[in-house]
Design a protein around this ligand. Structure first.
Ligand code: PLP
Length: 447
């Protein structure tokens, strides 16, 4: 008897409306979905995802910057399959080859080869929890500086680190965390303009430490590009200035690279490398596993040695997840994806600038490599955030078979983050679909 393809079996198990209904009935209502009518995805391959009717969508969001090397990447999945049949789990109280091999691989690609110690967990949230723990253990201080418009996760502490009220639910309170102004050049918190501003936002952190802390801090945590904030990209001097100030106050620098790592920003493994600064700790997740749950906190040997006493993550360093992650890194190297993210990213940026010249609703284009964003505004003079237009654009793009992401403290940014192994032809198709979507949702309503 001929076996039915897997997709068909899934459809036989549950119809589309049943899937939506069951999600609505049995998940926490807090599990929200994009789009007025939730989009059900049943399978994916490379840069495309498919709905139950077999309709293809060009995926330029990559499951929130997580699909780094294409959906169901063959080489990565082959490694996963082999590992699943060999050893699935024993926990970190035993030694396994996949965890050791991945840690060694990561140590070989960190900035200046300085961050050589890894602690594996399951998510970006846990990676940041571990980083804050390490900073506190290492420095003996507890106070943390985070940034406004940041996003660091959904645990109690990482919500308190986060600098956007909408992501700080449940009364996020954490003593000892202060939030500095961020480098939001399009909406400068000081009303200044770069470069005449002399990067005032960075220098203001000295004043923040003097006035809002005890004078000694454990860490400064920041994303090289603020992801959920709408790919807010600081000027090139920013991190060198801040790091010097924070280190003077006894603190370490944690670079939250949950979105920016593994070549996403083009030409470099980590986003922070574009700023010529070596952090003490890097945290990451998402693109490292290409969809396999994994988080990692990577530290200098000194900082890592500060974490003494008992701590463990049952699933951290899981053989299947670490096998997948190593295969992802090898694929990135073998296919030269750092260079592709730079080159195809520059091509993408050019297309977005063309769209900005055509559509007045696009106030700003920013980002690096294959991590680009549009900030939509009511008009370029007032810069009033166009959140409704962003929501409409999401719907129009979906209708046209294109997936993009939404972001921004004001809900008016569009995130564009395709798999890093796309080519210029994919970008051309993306630009065509986005242009059409902008026409429909913005010009179509007379804006
Ligand atoms: C910069 C950053 N840090 C941390 C996190 C939390 O990661 P996770 O959702 O895997 O816990 C995210 C998630 O979007 C993120 O963008």
């Amino acid at each position: 008897m001929r076996l039915l393809p897997r997709v068909t079996l899934i459809l036989f198990a549950m119809q589309t409306d049943e899937i939506v209904l069951a999600s609505q009935q049995y998940l926490f209502p807090a599990v929200f979905h994009y789009y007025r009518e939730p989009l059900v995805i049943t399978r994916a391959k490379n840069q495309f995802v498919y709905d139950p009717d077999g309709r293809a969508y060009l995926d330029f969001f990559g499951g929130i910057l997580t699909i780094s090397v294409g959906h169901c990447n063959e080489r990565v999945n082959r490694a996963i399959h082999q590992q699943v049949d060999r050893l699935q789990h024993v926990s970190t109280v035993f030694v396994t080859e996949p965890q050791a091999a991945l840690a060694k691989k990561i140590a070989g690609v960190t900035p200046q080869g300085r961050l050589t110690r890894s602690f594996f967990t399951n998510s970006g949230t846990e990676a940041n929890e571990t980083a804050i723990l390490a900073a506190r253990c290492y420095t003996g201080s507890s106070e943390i500086i985070a940034l406004r418009h940041s996003y660091h996760g959904r645990s109690a502490m990482t919500m308190a680190l986060t600098g956007q009220s909408s992501w700080r639910i449940g009364g996020a309170v954490q003593p000892g965390i202060v939030h500095a102004h961020n480098a939001y050049c399009y909406r400068c918190p000081f009303g200044l303009t770069y470069p005449n501003c002399e990067v005032r936002c960075a220098r203001d952190i000295r004043e923040l430490i003097r006035t809002a802390t005890s004078g000694r801090v454990a860490a400064f945590i920041a994303e090289p590009i603020q992801g959920v904030g709408g790919f807010i990209t600081p000027p090139k001097e920013y991190f060198a200035i801040v790091t010097e100030i924070v280190r003077e106050a006894g603190g370490i620098f944690i670079s939250d690279e949950v979105q920016t790592a593994w070549g996403r920003t083009g030409g470099k493994w980590f986003g922070i490398e574009h700023y010529g600064v070596t952090p003490d700790v890097i945290t990451s997740a998402k693109g490292l596993g290409n969809g396999t749950p994994i988080g990692v906190t990577i530290a200098t040997p000194e900082v890592a040695a500060g974490v003494t006493g008992l701590t463990l993550s049952t699933f951290g360093g899981n053989p299947v997840a670490t096998t997948a992650a190593k295969a992802v890194l090898e694929f990135i190297e073998e296919e030269n994806l750092l260079a592709n993210a730079a080159e195809t990213g520059a091509y993408l940026r050019g297309k977005l600038e063309e769209l900005r010249a055509k559509h007045a609703v696009i106030g700003d284009v920013r980002g690096m490599g294959l991590m680009q964003s549009l900030e939509l505004v009511e008009d370029r003079q007032s810069k009033a955030p166009a959140a409704a237009a962003a929501a409409e654009l999401m719907e129009a793009a979906r209708r046209n078979g294109l997936l993009i992401g939404k972001a921004g403290t004001y809900g008016n940014c569009i995130r564009i983050s395709p798999p890093m192994n796309i080519g210029k032809a994919d970008v051309d198709e993306f630009a065509r679909l986005l242009d059409r979507s902008l026409e429909e949702c913005v010009n179509g309503t007379g804006r």
